[in-house]
Structure formats: structure tokens, C-alpha cells
Design a binder for this molecule. Structure first.
Ligand code: 4AD
Ligand code: MG
Length: 429
């Protein structure tokens, strides 16, 4: 039995066994209130001295916060109990008595990160992890029912995808290798047989600065499809995000409530299409708002935040200047100073959650771009080969899972969208 399941009219008067951990304890002399927590939620257990045997009473007196225990009792309705039900205890046995728990409430961020392995039990992080579970489940469901093949690209790679600045180098036997920044190049190789592929992998970015939305290791959901142009791909991106949000709103109502998430904008976001603006338009909006930015500058977190105030659902920014985007993006044939690339930005100040583009599919043009970017064509020989043997127009994108979870859960920092966050300064535990 789980706490959540027994909290219903059907169980009133029934005897149940539960096991879990002490979430809270209050000793009132002849009565001890113990709030039991299990993976489903919490339930208040009442131990009355006059209703239990001596052993149970002494266990209840002895038990400390975060101890694990097994309890038997009868369910009854009680308006004052959290959730409206409580367990009237008959028997209680401690399984693992807890030392004084180092987290009592009110501790600072760094202390909680030092104790992440314990803080992970908190209601907040538990709610976020359940939301992340539903996000991943929904994504998989959407992709499965729309004919996308799941594939498993490597994490140890031979070359950069997203530029050398954020590349993690590792010692690989007697050579150098890199931790993957993106599975994209491998996914591109796979579309020649499977056409529509996706993968979920860790991606690594050696970000120089600590921000509220950058992790050194994050989960990357990437799609790549033959025959798709940029607009086809943007349609997939918005359908996928809308589907995920719809499922999370349905499945994770309780968790969103626990996190005090105002879901108004999430509810808007289940409706597609999402607005689209060009980079040119974005610059115009930002200039009109008095921001110091010129055509050709990248959009930073501040610029993105300002843009998000214009929309009440996710939106796309498209056609960026070629110099601020990756080498593989196809140039707009009608205007070769911009790429056929798109970012999806989440509203409410969150900013970029997806980056994607149509890919350069012409051998000579791609080679030229690789050289322009100062990359070594030898490192990309296999990638260039894809343009030699049956090249095909194609597009793809990558979604930062923690970025999406951060927005959906309404978190103010990306660290809480992942159980064990990795930053430049810290890799603990
Ligand atoms: O925009 P990015 O760098 O694009 C790519 O890597 C493409 N190769 C993906 C593709 O087309 N297959 O990264 C994609 C997404 C971003 O939009 C963001 O959501 C997330 O990955 N992301 C990060 N999330 C957390 N921490 C970081 N340091 C991130 N860097 C990127
Ligand atoms: Mg990007």
C-alpha cells in the first residue's frame, strides 16, 4: 500500500500496512503525530499511548525525523490532517533509525548543494523529478506515435558540434576525445536509412560562466529528419512541446500545485501554432524597448527575457545572422547573411529551450563553411561524406530537457531541474 492510495473514502475503517520515512514528528505527551512519506506522498499517523502496545509506544517516542519505519493502522477521515485522512496507529516498527537530519529548513543554497544526496528527498525536488518523468514519458509517446525511430548515438566523440569554446576534452587511451555537445552529427548519418530519428542523451558544455540556465551536463532530446525543411521541423517542435505540456498538466496537477505553479500560461501553450518572429524583428522590438543591441549581436539571457514579455506562450525566433550560429546551418538562399535556423523561447522570462535548423546539404558549401569557421575539414571528413553519397535536404533540433522542466515547473534556477547538477565550480556528489 502507498500513502496516497489509502487516502480515500474506500479505505476508511480499513486496516492497512504502510512503509516510509518520517517526514515530520510532533510529540504531544500522550499522542505522537508522525507524518509518513513514501514515493506517493504523505499521510499523518497518530500514535495514541492508550491505543498501542508498549513496544510501539517506545518506538514512536524514539523515532526521529527521516527514520524509515513500518506501520499498521486504521484509516479515518480527519479534516485537520493534511489531505483529509489519517492513520490511527496500532503497530509501529523502526527499520532504520536516523541520526539528526542535517537539513532542518532555512538553509542556504550552497549548504543544500553540499547535502544534495539528502535534500533530494525534499517535497520540492520530488515534485520536480515527477514532472521531469512525465515530460520524458510524454516526449517518448509523441515520438513513438508519429513514426520517429529512437537511436543511441555515442557520448565520446571525435569532434565539436557547437564550437570549441564549450568543448570538454577527455583523455581517451593515448589520444584526445571529447564529451558530446550534441548528437546531431551522428543523427544526420542515421537519417539516410531511418529518415526520422531521435535520441535522448547527456550533452556536455564547458560553460565559462555560472548562470541560472546553464549546466555542464544536461539531458538533450534531439530530432533529425530527412526531407524536412525548417518549417516542417518547427511544426514538429511546437507539436512536441504542446503535447508534453498537455500531458504534464493532466498527470502532474498535484505536483504543479505543490510547487505553487500558476498554470495559466502553460494552459495557453497547449495550443499551436506558436508565434514566429525573425531575428530582424526581434532586434527591432529590443531597440524599441531601449535595449542596446545591434544587428549581428547574439541574443543573451537579458534580451531573451525582454522578448518573452511580448508573448503568452512559447515562440520562435528565426533567420539569425550566420556568424552567431553553427557551421552546419544552411544559409537562406534568398538572403545569404542569415541561416535557416530557429530557436524556441519559453515565455515568462525563461528564453531558449530549443535550437534547430535546416542543415547545409551541399558538399562544397558545407566545406566552405567548415573552413570559414576555422575548423579542420579532416575532422569532418565522415560528416562531409554524407553530402557525397545521396545527400538529402534535412533538418533537426535539440531540446534542453532541464530548460523545459525549469519552465514548466516554474523554477528560478536550472539546478533544481536535475537531481545532481554539474557546474563549473562543483561536481558533488
Ligand atoms: O542550441 P544548442 O546548442 O543546439 C545544438 O546543440 C544543436 N546541435 C541541436 C540540434 O539541432 N540537434 O542546444 C540545444 C538546446 C538549447 O536550446 C538548450 O535548451 C539546451 O540544448 N542547452 C542547455 N541546457 C542546459 N545547459 C546548457 N549548458 C545548455 N546548452 C544548451
Ligand atoms: Mg542554441
Amino acid at each position: 500500500m502507498k500513502a496516497r492510495n489509502v487516502m480515500s473514502k474506500d479505505y476508511v475503517g480499513k486496516t492497512v500496512w504502510l512503509r516510509g520515512w518520517v517526514h515530520r514528528k510532533r510529540n504531544l505527551g500522550s499522542k505522537i503525530f508522525i507524518v509518513l512519506r513514501d514515493s506517493s506522498g504523505i499521510i499523518q499517523c497518530l500514535v495514541s499511548k492508550d491505543r498501542v502496545d508498549e513496544e510501539t509506544w517506545s518506538e514512536a517516542e524514539k523515532i526521529t525525523r527521516e527514520s524509515s519505519f513500518i506501520v499498521k493502522g486504521v484509516i479515518r477521515e480527519d479534516r485537520r490532517a493534511p489531505g483529509g485522512y489519517e492513520l490511527l496507529v496500532e503497530k509501529l516498527r523502526i527499520v532504520g533509525l536516523s541520526d539528526v537530519f542535517p537539513i532542518r529548513g532555512g538553509e542556504g543554497v550552497d549548504y543544500l548543494l553540499d547535502n544534495r544526496h539528502l535534500w533530494i528527498r525534499s517535497t520540492k525536488l520530488t515534485s520536480v523529478m515527477k514532472i521531469k518523468h512525465s515530460v520524458l514519458k510524454a516526449a517518448r509517446e509523441y515520438l513513438e506515435s508519429n513514426g520517429w525511430w529512437e537511436v543511441t548515438p555515442p557520448i565520446l566523440t571525435s569532434s565539436a558540434v557547437e564550437g570549441g569554446a564549450t568543448l570538454f576534452e577527455v583523455k581517451y587511451f593515448d589520444r584526445k576525445a571529447y564529451l558530446s555537445q550534441s548528437a546531431q552529427l551522428y543523427l544526420e548519418a542515421l537519417i539516410f536509412s531511418l529518415e526520422k530519428v531521435w535520441s535522448l542523451t547527456p550533452s556536455f558544455r564547458a560553460e565559462k560562466s555560472r548562470t541560472r540556465r546553464h549546466l555542464a551536463e544536461y539531458w538533450h532530446l534531439e530530432l533529425e529528419a530527412a526531407w524536412y525543411n525548417m518549417h516542417d521541423m518547427m511544426k514538429v517542435a511546437e507539436e512536441l512541446v504542446a503535447y508534453i505540456i498537455e500531458r504534464v498538466l493532466r498527470e502532474r496537477k498535484l505536483e504543479l500545485e505543490t510547487l505553487k505553479r500558476d498554470t495559466k500560461i502553460l494552459e495557453e501553450s497547449i495550443h499551436t501554432p506558436y508565434p514566429r518572429i525573425t531575428y530582424d524583428k526581434a532586434i527591432e522590438i529590443l531597440k524599441n524597448k531601449g535595449m542596446k543591441i545591434e544587428w549581428g549581436d547574439d541574443l543573451g539571457a537579458d534580451e531573451e527575457r525582454t522578448l518573452t514579455m511580448e508573448f503568452n506562450k512559447p515562440f520562435f525566433v528565426t533567420h539569425f545572422p550566420k556568424q552567431i550560429k553553427a557551421f552546419y546551418m544552411k544559409l537562406d538562399p534568398t538572403r545569404p547573411d542569415v541561416v535557416l535556423g530557429f530557436d524556441m523561447l519559453a515565455p515568462e522570462g525563461y528564453g531558449e529551450i530549443i535550437g534547430g535548423s535546416e542543415r547545409e546539404d551541399d558538399y562544397e558549401k558545407l566545406l566552405k563553411r567548415i573552413i570559414e569557421f576555422g575548423l579542420n575539414p579532416d575532422d569532418y571528413k565522415w560528416y562531409l561524406d554524407l553530402r557525397k553519397y545521396g545527400t538529402v535536404p534535412h533538418s533537426g533540433f535539440g531540446l534542453g530537457v532541464e530548460r523545459l522542466v525549469m519552465w514548466i515547473a516554474g523554477l528560478d534556477h536550472i539546478r533544481d531541474a536535475t537531481p545532481f547538477p554539474r557546474f563549473r565550480e562543483r561536481i558533488y556528489p
